[in-house]
Design a protein around this ligand. Structure first.
Ligand code: HEM
Ligand code: HEM
Length: 322
């Protein structure tokens, strides 16, 4: 296998699985249009059975991917030289530490199947193209007959698994690059460490300033949040972020305190808070991208298992009925 062949999941082996699934889909459409299967096509005609069985076999193959990817030895991701050696963030910005696992995992995923050796790439390539072909194969199997029953439930679950898979593919293709752009060689730990240092610096700068300013600095230190609920992680925002509003308010208060050396102190404090704001925004962006890179799996895999159960029920119901 040469370098070009190994380069991508989507063009694996000169689009081998794209061609295979295109052929399957074209064959299914042509047979559906031309084959003599009676007046009303449905799952119970000979073509219905063939398409149903082929679809079910593909689903089993796609489920098997979950096992194959665990069996294939991986290249473990190495963190780039953490500089703080597990430094504690005493009293500083509040990170949700479950994110750390996500961050590692996100970076690991970025280097996982998409750039892995041939075997796993081949599996994933077939997974994507064969998975997408189910939209045509299973739909033709149903003969467009839908109802409020377990048969249609399996079909809907299948479409949901496929939709989440498409989202995952989009995420894998785009987010790892954005993560690298945002973080470079730094880690979330590095950012948290720098934020804690800036919090301390801001506290020192604020000592010679009025209470009003100290209160803003303290609030920015104690109430700035990173991560949190899934929605907050996915949005990458904190409403009325105390760090951002402290920076804005200190800019406005600057003109109020013009006595002695206070304007200079205010300027320094403002500069520190601006630096902290930039780091907080970068950390939130990192958390957001990692959350978006991964949350879909928590839909894709359980829905795939639910699909298997519904499919079993579908087939058992059919066998029992017949
Ligand atoms: C991904 C796999 C499959 C999906 C998503 C699927 C989905 C469906 C759906 C939505 C229908 C239409 C139900 C209705 O009329 O309300 C149907 C009908 C049917 N399916 Fe499947 N099916 C799959 C696999 C299979 C397999 C493996 C078999 C056979 C072993 C099978 C046998 C049938 C039969 C016989 C019908 C006609 C039932 C009837 O109208 O009475 N299906 N299927
Ligand atoms: C009925 C259809 C499908 C089923 C049953 C299915 C099932 C699975 C399973 C079991 C995994 C392994 C998850 C894990 O080990 O954590 C997986 C991963 C994945 N699937 Fe699907 N999938 C389907 C369709 C699709 C489609 C259509 C796409 C893309 C267009 C897709 C994209 C992915 C991706 C990107 C992964 C993660 C790959 C990795 O990290 O190694 N899936 N899927």
């Amino acid at each position: 296998m040469n370098t070009t062949q190994r380069s991508g999941v989507l063009n694996f082996m000169h689009y081998r699985y794209f061609k295979l699934s295109s052929m399957l889909m074209v064959a299914a459409i042509v047979t559906y249009v031309l084959a003599p299967v009676g007046d009303e096509p449905y799952g119970g005609t000979w073509l219905g059975y063939v398409l149903g069985i082929v679809s079910a076999l593909i689903v089993l193959l796609l489920l098997w991917y979950g096992i194959a990817r665990r069996r294939t030895p991986r290249v473990r991701y190495q963190r780039p030289h953490p500089k703080n050696g597990g430094h504690k963030q005493a009293g500083s910005v509040q990170p949700d530490f479950s994110l750390r696992r996500w961050e590692d995992r996100g970076r690991h995923l970025a280097k996982d199947a998409w750039s892995h050796g041939g075997t796993l790439q081949g599996w994933l390539s077939s997974h994507i193209y064969l998975g997408a072909s189910l939209i045509v194969l299973a739909t033709l199997h149903t003969g467009f007959q839908f109802g409020w029953d377990v048969h249609t439930l399996s079909y809907v679950l299948m479409l949901l698994v496929i939709a989440s898979g498409f989202y995952g593919m989009y995420a894998y293709l785009n987010y790892p690059r954005l993560i690298t752009l945002n973080m470079g060689e730094e880690t979330l730990d590095d950012l948290l460490h720098k934020i804690a240092e800036l919090d301390e610096l801001a506290r020192i700068h604020a000592l010679g300033l009025p209470d009003e300013v100290n209160a803003l600095v303290l609030k920015a230190r104690q109430e700035t949040r990173l991560g949190g609920s899934l929605l907050r992680q996915l949005s990458g925002k904190q409403r009325n972020c105390p760090t951002i509003s402290a920076a804005r308010q200190i800019l406005q208060l600057g003109s109020k305190y013009i006595k002695n050396e206070q304007p200079e102190l205010m300027r320094d404090l403002y500069a520190v808070l601006l630096r902290k704001e930039r780091l907080v925004l970068r950390a939130r962006h990192e958390i957001k991208l990692n959350a978006r890179l991964q949350f879909w799996r928590y839909l894709h895999v359980p829905l795939a298992v639910a699909l298997l159960a519904a499919l079993l029920a579908h087939v058992v119901a059919i066998l029992f009925y017949w």
